[in-house]
Design a protein around this ligand. Structure first.
Ligand code: FAD
Length: 383
């Protein structure tokens, strides 16, 4: 620990470098043993970027295959596995602190040989951080929706007919969506980087409900009994078939929505962020609800041995991506943990056992303050 603070790089000197990087290992549990606590990690070859691990390159002589599981002695475990951290879930409870709302994100990217013309700082003169769902917005969305749904590949004629009815301008669903969102002003979060334009925003509940109903109706259509090889579909195959179709429809509707937002900013014209430039994997809709751990510093004792388990970043508190508090919170967690480890390193020379407890309490207070900050940033959006 002490060596980590002297800021000189000792990467190449394995004797001096105390940091061990276990790429593609997943921390799975913390266990008490006779020698003290250990953390166990499991190797996932599929996640290993090394070309030798996945057979892409012939390993050099003497190459040692990573062990399937490793254990290491541990005094402090930091759960930094993001908001779904399994390790955090094993040792501490997290609880919801806001209601959930529906959000979506989308980005556009130009081809490498013909990048978007946004290489200056002033390519977004009209970005107001909000979008008005007026008549023009709705009209454009309607056209986009029909064109995006028509582009979905591999649908049966029944599915096409159903989607055609559901997305028709005179359908009950579309009319209800239009009257619910009419005139609303929604906040957007936009940024652009070289050859990239990104928009994220809360989605009106009526849009989420509309998508939900269309998907529900699609999922209710009968699935063909036989697959393309003429084999009978199992129940699991049928479910996978339905899920795949539902996902395609959701993607098409989301793309239509975000293309309309881009159009209302005029950047489809000025920056060429047309529907062909949408980066498909980036298009996502999700419910966002902020959660935080109830207690951040968990002490486990076994005889005279002790381990401290703590959470950092999204594992400690779910940020709201529209506010950009996630990385600030995570960095603050790192500072608290550095202070704590530095104190513990110095501690035995100066303090007794009680001093250590006090330090742990201080770490708990600091980590909870950071979680307060991260959550507070998103409250305006979610309450
Ligand atoms: C669309 C979007 C936009 C955002 N924009 C911003 C922004 O502009 N500014 C900002 O500050 N924040 C933003 N955020 C939030 C920010 O991305 C997160 O707060 C930040 O990435 C959290 O970092 P983290 O290290 O805690 O978790 P993550 O980035 O989620 O990383 C966790 C890592 O741990 C790994 N892992 C999980 N479990 C284990 C295990 N048991 N063992 C080993 N490894 C494990 C995972 O594979 C993953 O790589 C945004 C988020 C989203 C979704």
């Amino acid at each position: 620990m002490a060596r980590n603070y002297d800021h000189t790089s000792q990467r190449d000197d394995s004797k001096k470098n105390r940091l061990e990087r276990l790429a593609a290992y997943e921390m799975t549990k913390v266990e008490a043993g006779e020698q003290g606590y250990t953390v166990q990690a499991k190797y996932h070859p599929g996640n290993d970027p090394s070309p030798f691990a996945n057979g892409k390159k012939k390993p050099p002589v003497g190459y040692q295959k990573p062990e399937a599981t490793v254990t290491r002695p541990v005094d402090l475990v930091i759960c930094a596995g993001g908001k779904h951290s399994q390790l955090r879930n094993k040792y501490m409870r997290d609880r919801a602190v806001t209601s959930a709302r529906s959000y979506g994100v989308c980005s556009w990217e130009g081809p490498k040989d013909q990048p978007l013309p946004n290489d200056r700082l002033d390519t977004f003169p009209d970005f107001r951080g909000m979008v008005v769902l007026d008549q023009q917005f709705q009209q454009f969305f309607q056209e986009q929706m029909i064109s995006q749904v028509e582009r979905i590949e591999g649908l049966s004629s029944d599915e096409r007919r159903l989607l055609g009815q559901q997305t028709h301008g005179q359908s009950r669903g579309v009319r209800s969506l239009q009257s619910s969102i009419h005139g609303r002003v929604m906040k957007t979060r936009c940024f652009d980087n070289n050859n990239l334009v990104y928009i994220g925003m809360e989605l009106p509940e009526a849009f989420t409900q509309f998508c939900h109903k269309v998907k529900q109706k699609l999922a209710a259509l009968p699935v063909p009994d036989l697959d393309q090889n003429g084999d009978k579909r199992s129940a699991a195959d049928q479910k996978a078939w339905r899920n795949q179709r539902v996902a395609k429809v959701q993607k098409a509707l989301s793309k239509a929505w975000f293309q309309t937002v881009a159009h209302s900013y005029g950047i489809d014209q000025s920056l060429g962020v047309t529907e062909e430039m949408i980066d498909d994997p980036s298009v996502a809709v999700f419910y966002l609800q902020q959660r935080r751990v109830w207690r951040n510093v968990i002490k486990k004792k076994s005889g005279s041995r002790q381990v401290v388990i703590t959470a950092a970043g999204d594992a400690a508190a779910t940020p709201h991506f529209m506010t950009g508090s996630g990385l600030t919170g995570a960095r603050e967690n790192v500072l608290h943990l550095q202070n704590y480890t530095r104190d513990v390193w110095n501690g035995p020379r100066i303090y007794n056992e009680y001093g250590l407890e006090q330090r742990q309490d201080r770490l708990e207070d600091a980590q909870l303050d950071t979680a307060d900050f991260v959550i507070r940033q998103g409250l305006n959006f979610l309450i």
